[in-house]
Design a protein. Structure first.
Ligand SMILES: [Zn+2]
Length: 434
């Protein structure tokens, strides 16, 4: 299989992007770094906004959702907006507010299950901690990002000699009693709580007692890798959905002077239903759009003209066909890895795609010179959903759900195709100028 150099480089950049983003807060920071390097400047929701054509700006809400945009050269009321959405969060294990527990001389950290991970894949991985911590400072508190590069934690499997049926029955964990992560030994009577606080305090250069609260997830320290006989696949954590964030951001950065205003909106909390202040079900995107309209001097009438001519692409990963499990797939809707972006449809509106928006995305792919595929879930299986229907309903704009095909969605080590990532960037770049 021939992989163009530019596609190889784009996919290596994706792996670097994910490796720099072990939590949703880090993902937003990674986006911010790339945006500021490309000349984007930050807007604060608490300030008054004044915007003009050509402006490149971004705004962050809740530390883990970000909307970046370029103001188009043409009036928004006549061009509409080009919006691409994705999500920054991935399913996994989150530390509890008081996680440390002494279990007969071992320090364990209690976790909550965030979203729907394949829990068995978290066993025997070189896990560590990443996220954000609030520390006491004079007069209040400050929020700091923290990440440990070295493996701090582990969820060791039970030996097969004590779990004889594991290969027949599958690997199952009781979420309360069998998922806590091993951190260390509580020697010399050192309290588990102190063993937990000490490395975090050290990493942040503060006193252990000044750590107030945290949002920390376990992440896999193994870096992303190419695999396959022609290195035509990639493996990494969080391909769902940082691959879509990376593709959309790359497309925005490749769009210097668009006619229509182009936006990327990356939301936290998709994996838990999107209903939060910074999630896709919150007011974030609607608030940003109304401020863009106000800044452009659009009245209510023009604002609705703008929305009516807009197009929203919800970019989230799709299920690639797995040759070992053919019965899991709808026989007429195989989405093959390395065969192009997938348009996802569901009659019950689990995806926002209509026949019309699907045709529009097909035309975009054709213009970009990339193949595209169509996916529908088996009728007798429950279908997942995305931010697509939520944002489409909030804004009332035409929307399509698309994504690159991948394997092992919600595993801590997912896989996808190298060609597909290049195709998706090309399609989304074309969408911004279409
Ligand atoms: Zn997703």
């Amino acid at each position: 299989m021939n992989i163009p150099d530019v596609t190889r480089a784009q996919t290596q950049d994706l792996l670097d992007f994910i490796d720099a983003s072990p939590s949703p807060w880090h993902a937003v920071q990674t986006c911010e770094t790339r945006l500021t390097t490309a000349g984007f400047s930050r807007l604060d929701e608490a300030d008054r906004w004044t915007l003009s054509a050509g402006d490149r700006r971004y705004v962050v809400r809740g530390g883990s959702s970000i909307i970046a945009f370029i103001i188009g050269s043409q009036p928004a009321a006549t061009t509409g907006l080009r919006l691409i959405g994705a999500h920054t969060d991935s399913p996994g294990l989150r530390l509890k507010p008081k996680p440390a527990e002494d279990a007969a001389g071992m320090v364990r950290l209690g976790v909550e299950v965030y979203g729907g991970p394949i829990l068995a894949t978290f066993a025997d991985r070189d896990l560590s901690l990443a996220g954000r911590v609030n520390v006491r400072v004079p007069g209040g508190f400050a929020t700091r990002l923290v990440r440990f590069a070295e493996p701090l934690l582990r969820l060791p499997n039970l030996a097969i000699h004590m779990n004889r049926e594991v290969n027949e029955n599958g690997l199952k964990f009781n979420k309360q009693t069998e998922l806590p992560l091993l951190l260390g030994v509580s020697e010399d009577g050192t309290k588990a709580e102190a063993r937990f606080r000490q490395p975090i305090a050290e990493a942040l250069g503060v006193e252990p007692g000044d750590l107030l609260t945290w949002e920390l997830n376990a992440y896999d320290t193994q870096k992303g890798a190419f695999w396959g006989v022609d290195r035509e696949f990639v493996a990494n954590s969080q391909l769902d959905n940082l691959a879509s964030c990376h593709a959309a951001l790359s497309a925005l950065l490749a769009t210097p002077e668009p006619a229509a205003t182009c936006l990327c909106a990356f939301f936290d909390h998709e994996e838990v239903g999107s209903e939060s202040a910074s999630g896709a079900g919150g007011s974030f995107v609607a608030d940003v759009l109304s401020r863009l309209s106000a800044s452009a001097g659009l009245d209510g009438e023009d604002q609705r003209r703008m929305l009516a001519q807009s197009f929203f692409i919800s970019a989230d990963m799709a299920h690639g066909w797995h040759p070992n499990f053919p019965a899991a797939y709808e026989p007429c809707h195989h989405a093959l890895v390395n065969a192009g972006p997938v348009i996802k449809s569901n009659a019950n509106q689990r995806y926002s795609t209509s026949a019309e928006t699907a045709a529009r995305f097909m035309a975009i792919c054709e213009k970009a010179g990339v193949p595209c595929q169509q996916y529908a879930h088996r009728t007798d299986l429950g279908c997942g959903s995305t931010i697509g229907p939520i944002v489409a309903a909030r804004l009332g704009i035409p929307s399509v759900d698309v994504g690159s095909p991948m394997w092992a969605m919600h595993s801590i080590r997912e896989s996808a195709g190298v060609l597909d990532h290049g195709y998706m960037i090309a399609a989304l770049t074309t969408a911004f100028s279409n």
